[in-house]
Design a protein around this ligand. Structure first.
Ligand SMILES: Cc1cc2nc3c(=O)[nH]c(=O)nc-3n(C[C@H](O)[C@H](O)[C@H](O)COP(=O)(O)OP(=O)(O)OC[C@H]3O[C@@H](n4cnc5c(N)ncnc54)[C@H](O)[C@@H]3O)c2cc1C
Length: 323
């Protein structure tokens, strides 16, 4: 007898979103995560795009509405080059009923999704790690070994399908021996969430892309008085910048406008390796989200692709029609 139809491994945004969708399809699911609490302190994706909002709306209009209410919305991007505004009021996703881009910290977004899943009667089993899995002898399911990290006790879960939503270092992907294909050279990103003390940039409270010979910086208000600054490192820089160097670089890029920062809440940098897994599924095991692909953080591309790409939609369809 099966313990559940599907085991979702990983309760990041894609795992929780997939779980919500699967419950909606009528599956009995379990969802585990190795950490006792959601990871991240807010310093992750902050953009929920129109396509994702459409997805949320199709699951439950109230869910999309809740995200919208919690978020800051923008209908335009202001694009500056060499100190001049070269484009403005670009309609974003005008084919959607949500004609704006929505900015919300990933941690808050996760709270909303997790609460929705709980309302569906599913609670995330935390401090529980996927150790290994194998196809069942009869070939009609998967046996997964999981470990309770508080007691070190292991147990076996019998399921019809396993979904690896276990992030960039996916154990599921590695266990399947699926290799990844680099689709773009590694990019270096420096990011900072800060409160601005003073700026003469006319659209500072909006969504901006500002570029000159010193580089490109994206800025957007993310709520609570904070702005997220994302700096794409220029070829003239070798190595990583520190926080102060990033601030100096932003000041050079926004010239002739001025900007001063009052508080920097988070500063982080990471090298992003854009990749796509060679396969998204093998037999009864599927990969979704960062486990399957990883893209640029700009416009929440990485997160939103994980939430709305065909891997989630088509796997639900495949699973629901195969039984
Ligand atoms: C510093 C930083 C900044 C970022 N900024 C942006 C941005 O601006 N825009 C953007 O789009 N994206 C950004 N990202 C990426 C974005 O956060 C990810 O695309 C998104 O979190 C992917 O969601 P996911 O659910 O696929 O994976 P994850 O969020 O990585 O979740 C995977 C989950 O699986 C769990 N897990 C892993 N292995 C196991 C196991 N063996 N057993 C049980 N559980 C397991 C982990 O604990 C984790 O909770 C950023 C990421 C980081 C780290």
């Amino acid at each position: 007898m099966l313990d559940a139809d599907i085991l979702v491994v990983g309760a990041g945004p894609v795992g929780v979103f997939t779980a919500i969708l699967l419950v909606k399809f009528g599956f009995k699911i379990r969802i585990i995560d190795q950490y006792p609490e959601p990871i991240g302190n807010g310093s992750q994706a902050c953009c929920v795009n129109s396509r994702t909002l459409e997805f949320l709306h199709s699951i439950d209009p109230a869910l999309a509405q809740e995200v919208l209410l919690a978020a800051t919305t923008f209908t335009h991007t202001y694009w500056y080059r060499n100190g001049a505004l070269i484009m403005q009021k670009i309609p974003i996703q005008s084919d959607s009923r949500f004609t704006h881009t929505t900015h919300l910290q990933q941690s808050r977004y996760m709270e909303i999704l997790t609460a929705h899943l709980a309302c569906q009667g599913v609670h995330i089993e935390r401090s529980t790690r996927l150790v290994d899995f194998e196809g069942r002898f009869e070939g009609d399911g998967v046996s997964a070994m999981i470990e309770d990290l508080e007691t070190s006790a292991t147990s076996t879960v019998e399921i019809a399908y396993l979904i690896g939503a276990d992030g960039i270092k996916s154990v599921t992907r590695m266990r399947l021996g699926i290799s990844i294909k680099d689709i773009c050279p590694t990019m270096s990103w420096h990011m900072m969430d800060a409160i601005i003390g003073h700026s003469t940039l006319p659209t500072i409270g909006e969504r901006n892309r500002i570029e000159n010979k010193y580089g490109t910086v994206h800025s957007v208000a993310i709520g609570g008085g904070f702005h997220r600054f994302s700096l794409h490192i220029c070829s003239d820089i070798t190595g990583d910048l520190g926080q102060e160097e990033m601030i100096e670089r932003i000041k050079l890029i926004v010239l002739p406008f001025e900007i001063e920062f009052k508080t920097v809440d988070r500063f982080f940098r990471y090298n992003l390796n854009h990749f796509v897994a060679e396969e998204f599924s093998q037999d009864r095991v599927f990969l979704v989200g960062d486990a399957a692909h990883n893209f640029s953080p700009i416009c929440g591309l990485s997160l939103n692709t994980g939430l709305a790409d065909r891997s989630v939609g088509s796997l639900c369809f495949a699973v629901s029609t195969s039984e």
